[in-house]
Design a protein around this ligand. Structure first.
Ligand code: KIV
Ligand code: ZN
Length: 498
């Protein structure tokens, strides 16, 4: 009989903390519902005291989701806990996740405190959270660099104070897998009352060891893992959900079972990538574009003879179906609706009609519509309420001529036009844009990505624009890459010009 491993998804909290990945409440609900369908046990929905947006998201996700526990993050501060409890009031199952730094650098430099005082604060926060929720998780921030003997004292104290789950984060992603596994083993063997709580892993990927550390944590007794879709999260990210789910599904000898419906992995991976404008690296395990592509002759030959020669996972097990119906200009609404459903998106008839119209326009420009195209189309109305919109763009460029662009914008309904030359068509178009919008903006990063293949493909552009000491993120997608670039710039500007 396998041991049950609880999956705690923090895509909407640790993942969403990443600059440029912010979602609005409607998008967060969409992701939360997809996480529910995927079968996660806990959804960390936000850090309610951090912003009114986070507070509202925890409230709305609590209302929208039925089965998973909804968790809200706090510091070990009464006000944080009050606000989290308020945000969780509609949750069918709510959990408060409170905690404090326990490593010496955190105790000394962050809190200017002592080990004893930190234990007192940990106990007080746990007891205070227990007034509002039966289910209280305590995190020992930077547990990865916390001395094991002291960490065991903190864990024991918070379990006595009522913590039901204790989180052992490797906040800085520093631990080696053996070291992290030994830490969990030490706690399992030295903490009085450890049977009254579950130990949780929360590993960051700064040295590329998040998944390995999490696996070692589980093999040594942790029964909850904190993970994100596509491994997104602070800096180099968190442990990725899909990797953990497929590791324990593939390695039956570990006797670890999760509740994840792995056939939904691909859909939610694409959805999160698209909503957060965060491309998945092509060689990413499980969900990368090349994860199941065999390119060398020897490998192709082997796979054709018998797939088990080089394939340890059946792509269908993670929801990748090469035989899926290809969408073209002749596909009907039902085929589009089905593809959206596979990608985890349900929509009302009216919205479906709108997306279908855009789908037909795109299908006129390119032969086959990919999943990424469908996701871009489904999210297209995100820019509908923009203050600044592109009305038209005309560009002349080529070899031996200086590129020239003329651009029309509508700003709060008023029309503006400008023209400029530049050292390339994008430069010319951005210079024209800057003639209309007189702000001291600096383009910091500019990434162009063709979604799949073919010269008729949709190009995606990600941009970072610095203005007034802050960096704003913009996204554009178009079969015309110059138009996609201007769309991305305008998307970024819309974040600070209201
Ligand atoms: O990485 C970390 O330590 C965290 C805690 C707030 C749980 O994200
Ligand atoms: Zn974290």
């Amino acid at each position: 009989m396998s041991d049950r491993l609880f999956i705690f998804d923090t895509t909407l909290r640790d993942g969403e903390q990443v600059p440029g990945c912010q979602l609005n409440t409607v998008e967060k609900i969409q992701v939360a519902k997809a996480l529910e369908a995927l079968g996660v046990d806990v959804i960390e929905a936000g850090f309610p005291i951090s912003s009114p947006g986070d507070f509202k998201s925890v409230v709305e996700i609590s209302k929208a989701v039925t089965w998973p526990t909804i968790c809200a993050l706090t510091r070990a501060v009464q006000k944080d806990i009050d606000v989290a409890a308020e945000a969780l009031k509609y949750a069918k199952r709510g959990r408060i996740h409170t905690g404090i730094g326990t490593s010496d650098p955190h105790i000394m430099y962050k809190f200017n405190s002592t080990r004893e005082e930190i234990i007192e604060r940990a106990i007080a926060a746990t007891k205070y959270a227990k007034k509002f929720a039966e289910d209280v998780e305590f995190y020992c921030e930077d547990a990865g660099r916390t001395d094991n003997e002291y960490l065991a004292r903190v864990v024991e104290a918070v379990i006595k104070a009522g913590a039901t789950v204790v989180n052992i984060p490797d906040t800085t992603g520093y631990c080696l897998p053996d070291e992290y596994g030994a830490k969990i083993k030490y706690l399992m063997e030295h903490v009085d009352g450890i049977d009254k709580a579950i130990l949780s892993t929360h590993c960051h990927n700064d040295l590329g060891m998040a998944t390995a550390n999490t696996v070692q944590g589980v093999l040594n007794g942790a029964r909850q893992v904190e993970v994100t879709i596509n491994g997104i999260g602070e800096r180099a990210g968190n442990t990725s959900l899909e990797e953990i789910a497929m590791i324990f599904k593939s390695h039956k000898e570990c006797n670890i079972a999760t509740n994840i419906n792995t056939t939904k992995i691909y859909g939610i991976s694409r959805m999160v990538s698209s909503l957060m404008n965060m491309p998945v690296q092509p060689n990413k395990a499980i969900v990368g574009r090349n994860a199941f592509a065999h390119s060398s002759g020897i490998h192709q030959d082997g796979v054709l003879k018998n797939v088990t020669t080089y394939e340890i996972i059946n792509p269908k097990d993670v929801g990748i179906d090469d035989n899926a119906i290809v969408l073209t200009a002749r596909s009907g609404r039902a085929a589009l609706k089905h593809r959206l459903h596979v990608l985890g998106i349900e929509m009302e008839q009216e919205k479906l009609d709108q997306v279908y119209e855009d789908f037909l326009k795109l299908a006129d420009k390119k032969k086959e519509i990919t999943d990424d195209d469908v996701l871009v189309l489904a999210g297209a109305d995100r820019s509908q309420n923009h203050h600044i919109k592109m009305e038209y763009l005309q560009v002349t460029s080529g070899v031996g001529v200086r590129p020239v662009a003329s651009l029309g914008l509508s700003i709060a309904g008023e029309k503006f036009e400008a023209a400029s030359s530049g050292n390339g068509p994008v430069d010319a178009a951005i210079k024209a844009l800057k003639q209309i919008i007189h702000r001291q903006m600096v383009l910091k990063e500019f990434t162009i990505q063709a979604i799949s293949k073919g010269s008729d493909d949709v190009g995606k552009v990600h941009m970072q624009v610095e203005y007034d000491g802050h960096v704003y993120y913009g996204f554009g997608a178009n079969t015309d890459i110059i138009a996609a670039s201007v769309e991305a710039y305008i998307d970024a500007i819309n974040k600070f010009v209201k």
